[in-house]
Ligand binder design. Structure first.
Ligand code: HEC
Ligand code: HEC
Length: 255
């Protein structure tokens, strides 16, 4: 039970008895994830959660409010309208016509989970995710437009993944460091999972590396419960490198 205050533990154990409940408090949810990270890294988080139905407490007020209204908007995203909007707003100039960009610093969006895309757009707009580039492009987007864009990119064919042999941490939980295997949240071979864990498979290598470093250094701070910041700080530089290489897009000139 290293490193975890007793108060956290007792609060957290109560949480396991709380069923999915719209009135659940954010603090309680935080205790749950802390508990998992501190004591039970063998537990798969959210395992009682059906794949695409979010717990209502998963996103805090600071970013998108996960209420029935916003969930319905995300679900109603129209890929045709999204395609038009992506052309009109010149998203394709950086992210590619079908969500596969030509420059490693611009993330691929093809096959990304729609709710994740909406959350990021919302976070850029609100400033919760700091950036020089994306804030300008999100200023005029409302939730419906975000959902349309997300539906379009989610429907595009993702890039192929480079790695074939998984680094240990991708698939195996490391109890000594309270590290949950990446794939437990991000899906088998990083294809994305649940409501908010993005696809990693086929992402741009440079972007994956820089966003992991941004989590590590706290420059990217829009991950709830500091999950990714905690992870990126805990693992080594070499582990980050190996994981990034594994999940990244297969280089085009590679046979
Ligand atoms: C000038 C280039 C540029 C344009 C145009 C652009 N983006 Fe981006 N986009 C970026 C960069 C760079 C990042 C990564 C920024 C960061 O590290 O936070 C990014 C990040 C994103 C992300 C987060 C991806 C992830 O995996 O977390 C989404 C979603 C996104 N852009 C959607 C859009 C949409 C939709 C448009 C059009 C409305 C758009 N972008 C226009 C450069 C651009
Ligand atoms: C407890 C669940 C969990 C675990 C374990 C986890 N992640 Fe994440 N990860 C998330 C969530 C949720 C997000 C989305 C954060 C946000 O909303 O911005 C994320 C985001 C990311 C991103 C940003 C993707 C993008 O397109 O910008 C990367 C990269 C990433 N994780 C890599 C990893 C790696 C590598 C591991 C294993 C060492 C890992 N994650 C383990 C939940 C997890």
């Amino acid at each position: 039970m290293t490193g975890c205050p007793a108060s956290r533990l007792s609060k957290a154990s109560q949480v396991f008895r709380i069923k999915q409940d719209p009135s659940i408090q954010i603090e309680t949810a935080y205790e749950k994830i802390s508990y998992i990270q501190c004591h039970r890294s063998d537990i798969q988080p959210y395992r009682h959660q059906p794949a695409d139905i979010p717990f209502l407490f998963r996103w805090q007020k600071r970013t998108v409010q996960v209420d029935q209204n916003n969930l319905a908007i995300i679900a109603s995203g129209n890929a045709e309208l999204g395609k038009e909007l992506a052309e009109e707003m010149e998203c394709s100039g950086c992210h590619g016509d079908t969500g596969i960009s030509e420059d490693g610093e611009f993330p691929n969006l093809a096959g990304q989970r729609p709710a994740y895309i909406v959350k990021q757009l919302h976070d850029y707009k609100s400033g919760a995710r700091a950036t020089d580039t994306m804030q300008d492009f999100t200023e005029e987007l409302d939730m419906k437009k975000m959902a349309d864009l997300a539906a379009f990119y989610a429907a595009q064919k993702p890039a192929e993944m480079a790695g074939d042999i998984a680094p240990k941490l991708a698939v195996e939980t490391d109890k000594a460091r309270f590290m949950i295997a990446c794939d437990k949240c991000h899906g088998i071979k990083g294809i994305g999972r649940g409501f908010d864990a993005p696809r990693l498979a086929g992402q741009q290598l440079d972007y994956l590396q820089s966003t992991m470093e941004a989590f590590r250094d706290g420059e990217r701070a829009n991950d709830h419960y500091e999950r990714m910041r905690f992870i990126a700080k805990t693992i080594t530089k070499d582990e980050i490198k190996a994981l990034v290489k594994y999940y990244a897009m297969k280089p085009e000139d590679d046979d």
